[in-house]
Write a protein that binds this ligand. Structure first.
Ligand code: PHB
Length: 393
């Protein structure tokens, strides 16, 4: 029989259980990543997920007494999906941080949700300069196309490349690359004689490359997103463009470490500029590459992986710095602790500029070379601490 005493005890137990449950809920810090796990950009999702899981394996899943929960959602790089998933993660899952974003349109679609809900959004891949202006809650750990393109435009004319045709994917990052490469090359006394734009989805490079062959510039400058570089390289070589004396140069997206080793010896000698190479010769990077390959059946990390790995570092340290006692830090407190972070990444020293919330980092000039029977982007020069030239502030 339920005597008053028993009723009291039962209620007390129930209340305690509820309180414990609520505390367990409160004690979980949720990171919601939106990534392209399927479709044309799937390699970006695969690389970032592997890097994020490696970071968690190395650094544990408890930070400042909070249990970290990772939720990964596949947007197939489709902005409608990115927006819907961001909304769902914020409203239903109540995530503390949003992250990932394989392509620019995905990041731009989710930006208003970050603003409205005051949720920090860490862009780990997308690289159009203007993304950080789309919300005051956006922080970036990838790179920007202007950042890497200007360095190549400084290098080219000093190395016999004056007349260039540009070929870019026809959307945000491609247009940034085209504009900033052209401006800087012209400033340096070179000339872009033709600017070609190819569709983002399922591009056929053949007619564009034929045109380049007819123009016969000193070099073809290329930007295509991670995952599309091998197709450009293949068609460039098949058409004998290199034999016709046209050099291939570009941002490091073209000689992506995810695909480079399968591109064949035709890729040897290709010069690119980028913020990360798997062969970056630092002790930290050697350890990173080794651990990444060990955990992922030999897969080589590319620049997307590094954006994910460092993004997790930014989130973990922001939580550590802003957590006070049992309470969960607010989005604003987390954001404040993300701004100004400075640390060593596998790519070298990086810095989150507190004003722009964008990344300041080294840009390297690299040449494809063979080392131990494998193709690598071997760094031969560095421009230190490059801010995004796309920011006018
Ligand atoms: C982008 O959509 O912003 C993007 C995607 C892949 C890249 C670079 C930029 O390699």
């Amino acid at each position: 029989m339920l005597t008053p005493k028993r009723l009291f005890l039962a209620t007390a137990v129930a209340l305690t259980l509820t309180a414990n449950w609520a505390q367990a809920q409160d004690n979980t810090f949720k990171i919601g990543l939106i990534l392209p796990m399927t479709g044309q950009q799937a390699s970006t999702g695969r690389q970032i997920e592997a890097a994020v899981r490696l970071y968690m394996a190395q650094n544990g899943d408890t930070v400042a007494g909070k249990k970290i929960q990772l939720i990964i959602k596949d947007d197939a790089a489709t902005p409608d999906q990115s927006k819907r998933l961001a909304q769902d993660l914020v409203v239903n899952e109540k995530v503390n941080v949003l992250g990932g974003f394989g392509v620019t349109p995905a990041a731009l679609a989710a930006a208003p949700i970050a603003t409205q809900s005051k949720t920090p959004l860490v862009v780990m891949a997308a690289a159009t300069s203007s993304i950080t202006d789309a919300s005051p809650y956006i922080v970036r750990t990838s790179f920007t196309l202007p950042q890497v393109s200007v360095s190549l435009a400084d290098w080219a004319p000093k190395n016999g490349i004056k007349k260039v045709v540009t070929l870019v994917s026809d959307y945000g990052p491609g247009i940034d690359a085209e504009k900033f490469f052209n401006q800087r090359l012209t400033f340096n006394g070179g000339q872009v004689v033709e600017s070609l734009r190819v569709p983002l989805r399922g591009p056929d490079f053949a007619p564009f490359l034929q045109k380049v062959r007819d123009i016969k510039p000193d070099a073809l400058f290329v930007f295509v997103p991670s995952g599309a570089g091998a197709a450009v390289m293949k068609q460039f070589l098949e058409r004998g463009m290199d034999k016709a004396g046209i050099r291939l140069i570009g941002t490091g997206d073209v000689t992506d470490d995810d695909q480079l080793n399968d591109m064949g010896d035709g890729a040897l000698g290709v010069v690119t500029s980028h913020h990360y190479s798997a062969s970056h010769p630092s002790a930290m990077n050697k350890k990173f590459v080794e651990a990444f390959q060990k955990a992922n059946k030999g897969m080589r990390p590319n620049f997307m992986a590094v954006g994910g790995y460092d993004g997790m570092r930014v989130i973990y340290e922001a939580l550590r710095a802003s957590a006070k006692g049992a309470a969960m830090p607010t989005g604003d407190a987390l954001l404040a602790s993300m701004k100004g972070q400075i640390f060593e990444s596998p790519r070298g020293q990086i810095f989150i500029d507190a004003q722009t919330r964008d990344i300041v980092q080294n840009v390297y000039l690299r040449k494809v070379e063979k080392k131990d029977g494998q193709l690598y982007n071997v760094e031969f020069d560095v421009i230190k601490d490059v801010k995004d030239p796309g920011k006018t502030r």
